[in-house]
Write a protein that binds this ligand. Sequence first.
Ligand code: FAD
Length: 319
Amino acid sequence: MSILIYIDHADGQIKKSALEAISYGAALAKNLNTTAEAIVLGKVNEDLAGLGAYGLSAVHQAADEAFDKADAQALAKTVAGVAGTLSAEVVIFAANANGIALAPRVAVRLKAGLVSSAVALPDTHTEAGFTVKKVVFSGKAFAHVKINTPVKVITLTGNSYPAQKAAGTATVSQLDLHPDLSKVTITGVQKVEGEVPLTEAEIVVSGGRGLKGPENWNLITDLAHVLHGAVACSRPVADDGWRPHHEHVGQTGIQIAPNLYIAIGISGAIQHLGGVNRSKTIVVINKDPEAPFFKAADYGIIGDAFEVVPRLTEAIKAI
Ligand code: FAD
């Protein structure tokens, strides 16, 4: 019996969300009096033994570069196979794009109950059994869901459990496993250069229709630049072609939970809030004091973005 955590990585770097999933899995393993192990598919440029500092006892790597060309179906087959070999009791993924694609496929293969978007460690001590707290209704409420199957699969919401580093070393084993590329092969990936991925960003600066047009987006990108943050937008901004669709956050876009979310010229419609309201701190800049976003804000500035934002950017530059 063990807990198995899937280590998601990009460009050879382990993602922050994967480190959170590892710490979460390690804490769960402690509660269940078992060990936390991890699986990494493909090559990474990091010291895998060093992941013991996050509480892992073992890391199993299948380093075949062909895993970069494998789709979710093929990756899930490998993860489920390793989970079976290790008799993993719980398999954990970060609730990012890859984790969301893999978890249900792995759950089907393992005949496991799945809880997506967990926000806290499972309650394993009470009569409730193995109960997981998760967000529902676009972050408006929490549900406590009991998993009844012997094997369980969980995806962990980003920024809901901190990556905790202490001391320790994990054993690293190499697996002679290769993906099944017979059905689908990824032939190329088009990357957006030089940007912090939205789901990994600690700080996100986001613009809405209040910016009037794409020609004014330097207000958003300049502020994001000085804060080393990522850029996001509301849906109409992407729909109107002012910004690319991969920046659109909300119920129908990317769901994020950064430490700081700065919303500029965004009204705060429920569908927008559904994707950002788990941010740790929300700052709203809007010229309309009645804008609904102010109700969800920790800090608000009532003012014209064209006056406030350049002054804010200059002030931060001067620090
Ligand atoms: P607006 O509603 O036009 O608001 C612009 C804001 O800018 C106003 O509050 C105004 O006071 C302010 N403003 C104007 N000028 C200035 C200035 N100079 N300085 C400062 N402030 C200024 N929306 C999303 O964002 N994400 C989603 O995922 C999403 N999914 C949806 C799904 C469905 C099924 C539906 C029906 C809608 C969805 N929407 C989504 C759209 C959503 O309902 C809103 O229409 C949208 O979020 C509004 O975008 P906005 O705030 O940028 O624009």
